[in-house]
Design a protein around this ligand. Sequence first.
Ligand code: GDP
Length: 258
Amino acid sequence: SIWYPGHVQKAKRQLKENLKKVDIVVVVLDARAPVATTSFELKIFKDKKVIILLNKSDLANEELNKEWQKEISKYFPVILVNKNTDRRNIIRLIKSVPVKSPNPRIVVVGVPNVGKSTIINKIIGRHKAKTGAQPGVTRGVQWIMVDGFTVLDSPGILFSEVFSKDIAAKLLLIGSVPVENVTDEIYNRAFAIYAEVANVGEDMDIYLRNFGKQRGFLKKGGEVDIERAKNLFFKELSEGKFGRFTYDVDISKFEEVL
Ligand code: GDP
């Protein structure tokens, strides 16, 4: 990947190893960007049963949530979920998948920050999985028995192979990429996508200047601290502070990333 090559290679190797032992892959996508978070990697699960959880649906546009669920259901079993979803809905979906093994093994995968650990904790029913990836820290993975299947306690991390500016911008909008590593071009692209979806003025500099002023982010001499405004704006936007937005709006694009 563009950001953490060593870490990414390691994550890919680990996932490949774990996949050998797995019957069902639970792919977590962000409901705000189902195409960008698919990361063009579903093909690596071709000999597995795949189910999709459209997570953070509480932060996405409600109408588009329904459209995305309908579209994805043409290819995979899928439900809309969020932090408050009853765990039984997820368990039921997993159990509805026909597999040969009497005790199927499952792994939860997805791009960074889509909510994989939150979902593993929900499935396990207690706070077990660690939140966030920790490069350099080796720790044994654990298989946890739950309700007639076995789940891996650590998530598989997916990284996009085809890395377009558009995908990078959408990952920034949903908080999946570290903000420090983003170029100005990606910020501008991200803001343009947001501006269109949210129907706000298109000029990022003007917008951030106002935002910074409102928050009192002033440098010596009274000038607005744009960098600080930009970082906070994108952080709060990704956490849903300014409303519910879906950035992948073209439903027909899903077919292209399978
Ligand atoms: P992971 O990196 O994929 O394992 O993601 P985490 O489970 O660590 O979640 C990343 C962040 O998103 C955390 O701050 C979670 O509290 C938050 N989060 C997870 N699921 C949801 C959700 O459905 N809705 C909202 N609003 N936030 C969520």
